[in-house]
Design a protein. Sequence first.
Length: 292
Amino acid sequence: MFCCVVLLQFACSNRPDDVLSRSEMKSFLTDLHLLEGVFSSDVTISEDEKILYYHALFQKHGISKAQFDSSLVYYTRNPKVFERIYTSVNKNLEELRTEVEAGKYTPVLPDSIRLKPLEINVWNQAVAFSYPDDSTKNQSSFSLANSGLLTKDIYNFSFRMRALPHDSVKSGYTTFRIHYADGNVDSLWHEVKNDSVLRRYKFRFKAARNIKIDSLSGVFYANPIRQDTIGIQVDSILLFRKYIPALQDSLRMKLDTIPLINQTVDSTKAGDSIPSIKSVSTIKKDALKKRI
């Protein structure tokens, strides 16, 4: 046994100068396998790019390809030593895999990126429709249920509409609502003039209650005095949900646990291209039922 140890030490001490030590070989092989793992998982990396990555790897370890090749030949002639090196390499790779799965190397994004809001169009119905002046409908409504809707969402609802003149009705109204799981409903409205002018209507509404949202709904046009017919043309319907993806799980966990903060709904300006549109105001639930 003593003789074997002496021979092994002698072999290592006679390692040529251009051959990497076992520690250097272990470190390089660990990085090499990590790099080749990246290549195997990303097929978009070209062969020319791979050459550049290999070159950077050699630079990182301060060696040349020829030096690595010589080291590889040397250690393959000493299989027991090479086996020990690869045992250490495999251990390194397994430890790295465990750390990655545990989230140790998950990048910490700055708030400017992590908390950047996302805006998506959630409207899933027809984007245009019309009712002729002799339509038997006295209102045009919609309802949209989406399990992803959540408190703190901001909804931007817009459309263009032309309301045709009616003998006895000079105006109607359009409204947008947020329905909460506890039965509460928050609403906004605009006046609509029956003068055949094509106007764009816009609502901007924040879900302020800390309650699960059941649905969104609204009325494109309704007559407050309930005439038997309406005539409208609607197009360019959009309903954008603006939210912060990184906060969704946290908000869901805190539903019904945060005291309700009263929200004052600001007036929504329809823009220069929208004449004769009144400021938006809040309609109480009971009052709204009487009007619709």
